[in-house]
Design a protein around this ligand. Structure first.
Ligand SMILES: NC(=O)c1ccc[n+]([C@@H]2O[C@H](COP(=O)([O-])OP(=O)(O)OC[C@H]3O[C@@H](n4cnc5c(N)ncnc54)[C@H](O)[C@@H]3O)[C@@H](O)[C@H]2O)c1
Length: 323
């Protein structure tokens, strides 16, 4: 069997994470790398191999599947280019920025015959897989979700709204997608936001109501320190709380006393604990078995729609309803 040739666009932090994983997968080979800073692609090539390309065109001529790992604002243009060249695409989150771009990219991805997967890695993290498993047998009533960051400094573009699209696109979008994965489709939301540390809205308090009657509160801060756990989901069921702490731990407390069971993944390697290994495997499975990827362009679109709806709710002071 011919190996699937992987091309990576943007060989920074996450491009190297995926690159390392695919360099160990016997079904793939790292074929091509492109970064607007050529030294970065050269450094990556030294560790995992791959031809260092001097343009996106050259990269696309040398691969079957493209990983879009450049900063947020570039995703739409790069992904559209790869789709037009009939490449399979793995697009890092966020899917794109703004409803117009997200619609254009979703429609192009859905028209093409190649696989298009969005990098919402947390869906594959064992802690969140376990949470979903537990919620299959116990109907959740409500939840409190938190998704914080310590700073918008590292990498430096995370504080530039013209590159990220805003803090919600950079960070919070991970658990916006997670809410749909765990609890279903959203019917209505109320949002408050304010600006303190950075020149954009950087602090959020939100309430979501779901089509199935479930509801939750959601807090997100850009400058909360990296206090553990920076992300957490507390779900309340019938005499039961299930709580995740980042992707390290899940605590499950049942009944009328204070007993709880702890599941922990602290000994699992980070690439797997955070779901990167599993999402990369799923992308190749989709290509080889011609099956839809677990996180589609439609999912990517919905996470962008949620981000935009929260910003709109804050701007207008109105609650937003989804049909
Ligand atoms: N799923 C996750 O957990 C996760 C984690 C980190 C980053 N991300 C996402 O991945 C993307 C990259 O983030 P990062 O932390 O790796 O950033 P980074 O700054 O470490 O790397 C980005 C790289 O892209 C290069 N680049 C910039 N514009 C380019 C272009 N037009 N063409 C080719 N290369 C270009 C830069 O030179 C840099 O080397 C972002 O969209 C981010 O939101 C996702």
């Amino acid at each position: 069997m011919n190996k699937i040739k992987i091309g990576i666009i943007g060989t920074g932090f996450i491009g190297n994470v995926h690159g390392r994983i695919y360099s160990r997968d016997p079904r793939t080979e790292i074929a091509a790398l492109y970064d607007i800073v050529p030294e970065r692609a050269e450094a990556t090539s030294k560790t995992i191999g791959g031809k260092v390309c001097s343009s996106r065109e050259e990269l696309l001529e040398n691969c079957d599947a493209v990983l879009v790992c450049a900063p947020n604002k570039t995703h739409k243009e790069i992904a559209l280019h790869a789709i037009a060249e009939e490449k399979h695409v793995f697009c890092e989150k966020p899917f794109s920025i703004g409803i117009a771009d997200a619609t254009e990219l979703r429609d192009a991805a859905n028209k093409g015959s190649c696989v298009f997967q969005v990098g919402h890695n947390r869906r594959y993290a064992p802690a969140y897989v376990q949470l979903k498993h537990l919620l299959q047998s116990d109907k959740p009533h409500s939840a409190h979700v938190k998704m914080n960051r310590g700073e918008l400094v590292n990498p430096i573009w995370t504080g530039d709204v013209n590159v990220t699209g805003g803090f919600l696109y950079e960070t919070t979008i991970h658990l916006f997608d997670m809410m749909r994965f765990q609890f279903g489709e959203i019917e209505e939301l109320v949002a408050y936001g304010s600006q303190h540390e950075y020149p954009e809205l950087d602090e959020f308090s939100l309430i979501f109501k779901f089509k199935n009657g479930f509801h939750c509160t959601f807090a997100s801060s850009s400058d909360a320190s990296w206090h553990f756990p920076f992300e957490r989901i507390e779900v309340f069921c019938h005499h039961r709380t299930i709580m995740t702490e980042e992707m390290e731990r899940l605590l499950d407390s049942r009944g009328m006393d204070a007993n709880f069971e702890t599941h922990t993944w602290h000994m699992t390697e980070k690439e797997e604990r955070w779901g990167y290994v599993q999402e990369d495997r799923a992308f190749i499975n989709s290509i080889l078995d011609a099956i839809p990827p677990p996180v589609t362009a439609d999912d990517g679109f919905k996470s962008v729609e949620l981000v935009e709806s929260v910003y709109e709710a804050i701007r207008s002071g109105e609650r937003i309803r989804f049909e």
